[in-house]
Design a protein around this ligand. Structure first.
Ligand SMILES: NC(=O)c1ccc[n+]([C@@H]2O[C@H](COP(=O)([O-])OP(=O)(O)OC[C@H]3O[C@@H](n4cnc5c(N)ncnc54)[C@H](OP(=O)(O)O)[C@@H]3O)[C@@H](O)[C@H]2O)c1
Length: 294
């Protein structure tokens, strides 16, 4: 199989473009967007995510604070920490790295963040505004997917979009964004999930498929139609004994076999993944410049 750049949606390149734009705006406006990154517990993946976010902030000239708490941090302590940054004028974005330890009520924590500093877009006020098409902070992964669609001029109006997955952070928001009466949306959206009967009967009719399931290589070539575009959000590890680590990262899409049929596709890695952090930086900048809320 020959993989040509023409069909590849290069999230790495677009994310670098966005980070460059953010850096330029920060410099031109002479501002210092500030973000508080809050991490509870010792989940190694979460530690890496937070560290990378901190490094990206530094590279862009942002002000960032990392607040790390042990696994036994109480809900009250965490809520008090959030309140501190809600009232800190140097901080424009607050990110609480999920998942949280089981004894902490995640929704209570999400709702404690001032929605005007909710650069993750998880607060119910932002989720509600997104649903009714009002200006708001859009969750970073769906925001990144919309940027890829826009910057690659993927036609969405009147197209059949199938979203597989209905999580609050990916599936539901991306489906709702594409449903909006907006020039980069206006799609006919179908949501599939674990209760959907015969997913292939939906995906075979799709012009655009967004796979956000978390199941390695789930979407097969016989489930898609010729010429469709695919956005693969999944990040899964599978065994690969040719690698030193014994494993490699794949998406929710059987890329190798779907590739010959698609018009465009995001690879994994270097597809949607790098867009998420870029959009977090963009949301924080937009918060600092009051582009979303006054
Ligand atoms: N690239 C990035 O930056 C980024 C960001 C976020 C997530 N991700 C990745 O994207 C994937 C999805 O993440 P998420 O947070 O949305 O996951 P999630 O909260 O676990 O949701 C998964 C969704 O997929 C559905 N599902 C699971 N198995 C299914 C099946 N066999 N058939 C049909 N639907 C099925 C579930 O249905 P039910 O609702 O019925 O259970 C659920 O709605 C994961 O691999 C995650 O690592 C990547």
């Amino acid at each position: 199989m020959e993989v040509t750049d023409k069909k590849i949606i290069d999230g790495k390149r677009i994310s670098e473009e966005i980070l460059e734009e953010v850096k330029r705006e920060v410099k031109e406006k002479g501002i210092k967007p500030g973000i508080a990154l809050i991490l509870v517990g010792n989940d190694p993946a979460s530690e890496i995510y937070v560290r990378n976010k901190g490094k990206t902030c530094e590279a862009l000239g942002f002000h960032s604070v990392i607040e790390k708490r042990e696994d036994n941090c109480s809900e009250e302590e965490l809520l008090a920490l959030i309140e501190k940054y809600n009232n800190d004028k140097k901080i424009h974005g607050i990110l609480v790295q999920l998942p949280l330890p089981k004894h902490i009520n995640e929704m209570k924590v999400i709702e404690a963040v001032n929605y005007k500093k909710d650069v993750d877009g998880f607060h119910p006020i932002n989720a509600g505004k997104l649903m009714i098409g009002e200006k708001c902070f859009v969750p970073c992964t769906p925001a990144g997917i919309m940027e890829l669609i826009k910057r690659y001029n993927i036609e969405t109006a009147g197209k059949n979009v199938v979203v597989i997955g209905r999580s609050n952070i990916v599936g539901k928001p991306i489906g709702n964004l594409l449903l909006q009466k907006d020039k980069n949306a206006n799609s006919t959206v179908t949501f599939c999930h674990s209760y959907t009967k015969d997913i292939a009967s939906h995906t075979r009719n799709a012009d655009i498929i967004i796979a956000a399931i978390g199941k390695a290589l789930f979407l097969k070539a016989d489930m898609i139609k010729e010429g469709c575009a695919i956005i693969d959000v999944g990040i899964n590890k599978i065994e690969d004994l040719t690698k030193k680590s014994g494993q490699r990262t794949v998406g929710d899409v059987d890329f190798v076999n779907c590739y010959p049929k698609v018009s465009m596709i995001t690879p994994v890695p270097k597809g949607v993944g790098p867009m998420t952090i870029a959009m977090l930086m963009k949301n924080t900048l937009d918060s600092a410049t009051k582009k979303v809320y006054n």
